[in-house]
Design a protein around this ligand. Structure first.
Ligand code: SAH
Ligand code: SF4
Ligand code: F3S
Length: 480
């Protein structure tokens, strides 16, 4: 019988996460192997994974589900009935953390009734020391906590929890590695997320991600292409290439083969639809636009987070972006890619953002007329430089700014959507609409959500005539 490795607790350290470059990145292809005991640990047990945050977490949750399935666990769709519950958390803003804390409270209450319930926390929240203090000591019931770099250790963590009945905390605060060939599990049968790189080295002054996700590590391009080809063979129609900033792809590998090269090679696989997220404007390579214009399977959709229309604020944010450069980028995209949907992220109420600064954000928005924007009130993140600035702007002012900005977001979303009324668009069908089961929902080549009547199945491509528009979607009828 294989011996169970007893795991020591390892706690996070933000200062270690900040000091970079001391350790070479390892590319590990054969790290993951289950012992025969681990393969049986989950038999007769069900699991539930709740995911908060961005697509990086969504993809990690798929890996976690893959590991649990390989261990014999079966997925449950009801957290109240599952034997094992894992919360994959996000630390980007306080409200993301609050949601996870709320759920932890509910799990704690459930455990009083059901002593056998095992639950744990992973993702970006536990990469911060403060979370361990808030969670580990406060909620004694929590069985395990692991960080974004420790996912591969999950089988050993669960063995220690189930066999030794101990609370396990495993959070590395290092640069991270590239770990390939972890078990795969994909929830969706026609859309897939494909990681191309991990981590971020940009350290925008407000952002916790470089601390929670480690340094930039690009995957080997051949491994990426192989994954896309496998997905194509399995019938996948739409893939999203994922990275905190896809434009930095390859920099850590010498920089000869860049994101634009990868994008072209992925386009050549012939998979039907390809998009990418996130693409930061400050190092957006203009050749990407040429490649997007050349290959019809590259979706006409770009998410380009600007964060603020004020150059003074952008400087304080450490974004390194000039508004005019951004505007000329938008101009080039609009000129070369027909009907390209452009969206952005905006933060209001960055410390000491003046009325004048905010007006510049409004001005920029009116100028670009974005199809959509994700808007946020600045949330201080302990350990980031912006969080130590004394902020003279009160929350009420920030909320008013957000309301005003959101009015514009709605106005221009509708204004952009109206342009499609009367046109016929090709739609990749997601399935039945969540709010109306007589309606189908899907999205166009330029990432417009379309609710329509028809008889198509998930994963089908159909032509839909657009008959009307709502705030954030289009309505239509399938044409035979
Ligand atoms: N890597 C991506 C962003 C990932 S985080 C990029 O650089 O574009 C997603 C968005 O969350 C950011 O674009 C930003 O708008 C927002 N965000 C990040 N930190 C924040 C904070 N401390 N407060 C409020 N919003 C924040
Ligand atoms: Fe955060 Fe900036 Fe990195 Fe995006 S680029 S993840 S906003 S530090
Ligand atoms: Fe949140 Fe971590 Fe993503 S902080 S936004 S889940 S990288």
């Amino acid at each position: 019988m294989e011996k169970i490795i007893k795991l020591e607790n390892i706690y996070p350290d933000l200062s270690k996460a900040r000091s970079r470059g001391s350790k070479a990145i390892k590319y590990l292809n054969n790290l993951f192997e289950l012992t025969s005991a681990q393969k049986k640990l989950g038999l007769k047990k069900t699991f539930f994974v709740r995911t908060y945050g961005c697509q990086a977490n969504e993809r990690d949750s798929e890996t976690i589900k893959g590991i649990l399935t390989a261990m014999g666990f079966v997925q449950s769709n009801d957290w109240k009935k599952a034997n094992l519950v894992i919360l994959n958390t996000c630390a980007i803003r306080q409200n993301a953390e609050d949601k996870a804390f709320g759920m932890l409270g509910a799990l704690k209450a459930l455990k009083r009734k059901n002593k056998d319930l095992v639950f744990g926390l992973c993702g970006c929240m536990p990469q911060q020391e403060k979370t361990i203090k808030e969670v580990g000591h406060f909620f004694k019931e929590i069985n395990f906590i692991f960080g974004t770099h420790n996912i591969y250790e999950l089988p050993a963590i669960l063995e220690n929890v189930y066999k030794y009945k101990k609370q396990v905390i495993r959070v590395y605060s290092h640069e991270g590695d590239v770990i390939e060939n972890l078990p795969d599990y994909r929830e969706n049968k026609h859309k897939a997320l494909v990681n191309i790189m991990y981590g971020c080295d940009h350290f925008c002054s407000y952002c916790i991600v470089p601390y929670t996700r480690g340094t930039i590590r690009s995957r080997d391009s051949l491994a990426i292409i192989k994954e896309v080809l496998t997905l194509k063979k399995l019938g996948y129609k739409d893939i999203t290439l994922l990275g905190q900033n896809v434009n930095s792809y390859g920099i850590d590998l010498g920089g000869k083969y860049r994101f634009v090269n990868l994008l072209e090679d992925v386009a050549k696989t012939g998979i039907k639809r390809i998009r990418f997220a996130t693409s930061n404007p400050w190092n957006f390579d203009e050749e990407i636009i040429d490649v997007m214009a050349k290959y019809p399977n590259l979706m006409a959709y770009i998410h380009l987070p600007i964060q603020s229309g004020s150059e003074a604020i952008l400087k304080k944010m450490n974004r390194g972006m000039k508004i005019n450069t951004y505007l000329s980028l938008i101009k080039k995209i609009r000129k070369q890619i027909k009907n390209c949907t452009i969206s952005t992220d905006l933060i209001v109420g960055f410390p000491n953002e003046s009325d004048k600064d905010f007006k510049q954000t409004i001005k920029l928005y009116k100028k670009v007329k974005f199809d959509n924007a994700y808007t946020f009130i600045y949330s201080p993140r302990i350990g980031t430089p912006a969080a130590s600035v004394v902020d003279k702007i009160d929350l009420k002012t920030k909320q008013k700014r957000l309301t005003k900005l959101n009015e514009l977001v709605r106005k221009y979303s509708k204004w952009n959507n109206n342009k499609y009324i009367g046109k016929t668009l090709e739609v990749l069908v997601d399935g039945k609409s969540k709010t109306d089961t007589n309606t189908l929902t899907g999205y166009s080549h330029n990432w417009k959500v379309i609710n329509f009547t028809g008889n198509a199945k998930p994963g089908d491509f159909v032509k839909v005539k657009i008959t009307g528009s709502s705030l954030f979607s289009l309505n239509g009828k399938q044409v035979k």
